[in-house]
Design a binder for this molecule. Structure first.
Ligand SMILES: *Cc1c(COP(=O)(O)O)cnc(C)c1O
Length: 483
């Protein structure tokens, strides 16, 4: 039988390092935490000196670490040293200014501090009383963002982990609106989800997850600029209705993942309204640009959506994860998800928000804390200036591509992502990307458009400068000359 400590303040024990008091535990933390913050600051100062892509082989980290966990606890200082030596070489540096793959992003300094404090508090906002701060700071920050994105006031916001999860909640709310009996009976076959050939794979995955089935995801064709064709959407919906199917949700994208194309949301909203179908707008990447008055046209129609997803962890300086869901039907979302066992019964005060009622997760991280730090630290003008600089740099990069006859641009550049190719085989384009990535200075990724391999440069890091992009472009040109 373990001994029962007589005083919990003195009997805190880490066996490896001997019996220690709570005070020793805190003292060790304080010293290691100071060291860690210094490490983080140096890392942020010198991120450029790390290769963006690690040079490890699959399985290398697994092989280099012990097969079993330690019997005895170890000191923080030792763990930190091993992190630096063993783990760090296997890290892909997403916070690197040369990270131009997928969508460049930034975990900014205020976000890091907010995340540290949230970890220390370890507070969990299941329902209001389990942490009023989690429930209410989320509402405050999301209403600030809503106002900055010029969305109508009736949009209710909630934070989930990723856009994939967020869009799943949109599909479930859409089903709840159309067929409330599905909550009890399950998803009968025949619900249909409409999205474009260029939309994110998460939409199809979400349809799989909630039992709609891949067969019932209609991937509507796109025009020459990769935008959903509203005429084909309308035709498909009519055919499905005639066949006795139940159109459930249309997912339009503002800023598709491959080419950042913009679906014609105004026309799509008309179709959704006419057939009373839930309209979800996926603006996971491009959403923050709704804060720019000059970009208003790109977001036309978004204000008519039933729901919207925007990912601050993509282009709003937020470390992963933080995805925002806005819906103007919180009561439908709540109807879909509210299921309260007695032990979770909570206050019925109408101002007490119970986040557990609006989605699958019960536990709710204090993600809004880091977001509050970010919104306050940069302010609306600061964020706008950063977005504008990324857009301007993308325009400059596009101009370089257009001036070089060995390359061709494959899509318009409405945001901060340039899609282009070397005029040659797919294999040569892959070789060009590999050549740039092997320098360790940049990480570029590819996509496929019109059946051809396309190089993507996606700007979204706070530290990326025009000089970086010039260097990257020179590397591409040098590679082209050699090929
Ligand atoms: C990145 C992206 C997603 C998926 O985002 P996660 O947060 O990683 O799930 C969904 N939609 C679009 C348009 C995206 O660009």
């Amino acid at each position: 039988m373990a001994e029962i400590p007589t005083s919990d303040r003195t009997a805190f024990v880490v066996p490896s390092t001997g019996a220690r008091s709570w005070n020793d535990y805190i003292a060790e933390f304080r010293a290691s935490a100071h060291q860690t913050v210094d490490w983080i600051a140096s890392f942020l100062e010198n991120t450029r000196d790390y290769p963006v892509l690690p040079s490890v082989k699959p399985g290398e980290l697994i092989d280099s670490l012990p097969k079993s966990g330690p019997e005895k606890g170890e000191e923080l200082a030792r763990i930190l040293a091993d992190f630096n030596q063993e783990v760090m070489p296997a890290v892909t540096q997403w916070n690197h200014p040369g990270f131009l793959a997928y969508f460049g992003c930034t975990g900014s300094s205020p976000a890091i501090l907010g995340e540290m404090i949230a970890a220390a508090l370890n507070t969990n906002g299941l329902h209001w009383k389990t942490s009023p701060a989690v429930a209410e700071l989320e509402q405050v920050t999301l209403s600030w963002l809503r106002e900055w994105m010029e969305l109508p006031k009736d949009f209710f916001g909630i934070i989930y982990d990723t856009a994939s999860t967020t869009s799943m909640h949109a599909l479930i709310a859409a089903r709840e609106m159309l067929a409330p009996e599905a909550r009890e009976n399950g998803s009968a076959p025949g619900f249909v989800v409409y999205t474009s050939q260029q939309s994110h794979s998460s939409i199809e995955k979400d349809a799989i997850a909630i039992g709609v089935g891949q067969k019932f995801v209609r991937k509507i064709g796109v025009d020459s600029e990769f935008r959903m064709r509203a005429d084909l959407l309308e035709e498909t919906i009519k055919a499905d209705l005639a066949a006795g199917l139940r159109p459930m949700c249309i997912v339009a994208t503002i800023g598709t993942t491959s080419s950042t194309s913009i679906d014609p949301v105004v026309e799509i909203a008309d179709i959704a309204a006419k057939h009373k179908i839930w309209l979800h707008v996926d603006a996971a990447y491009a959403g923050p640009c709704a804060m720019l008055p000059e970009m208003k046209a790109s977001f036309a129609g978004m204000e008519r959506a039933d729901s919207i997803v925007v990912n601050p962890h993509k282009w709003l300086l937020t470390n992963i994860d933080l995805s925002v869901f806005y819906t103007r039907h919180p009561e439908i979302l709540r109807r879909a998800f509210s299921l309260v066992p007695e032990y979770l019964r909570a206050s019925e005060d109408p101002r007490a928000i119970h986040l557990m009622d609006y989605g699958v997760p019960l536990g709710h991280r204090f993600r809004s804390l880091k977001f509050w730090f970010i919104l306050r630290y940069f302010g609306r003008e600061g964020l706008q200036a950063i977005l504008r600089s990324h857009i301007a740099m993308a325009q400059q990069f596009a101009a370089w591509v257009d001036e070089d006859s060995r390359f061709e641009r494959v899509a318009p550049v409405p945001f901060s992502t340039i899609c282009f190719r070397f005029k040659g085989s797919d294999e040569l384009n892959h070789r060009l990307i590999r050549r740039v990535n092997e320098t360790g200075k940049f990480f570029l990724s590819h996509t496929e458009l019109n059946g051809q391999v396309v190089i993507r440069v996606a700007i979204g890091n706070l530290g990326t400068s025009l000089a970086d992009l010039e260097e990257c472009w020179k590397l591409l040109q040098g590679g082209a000359a050699e090929l």
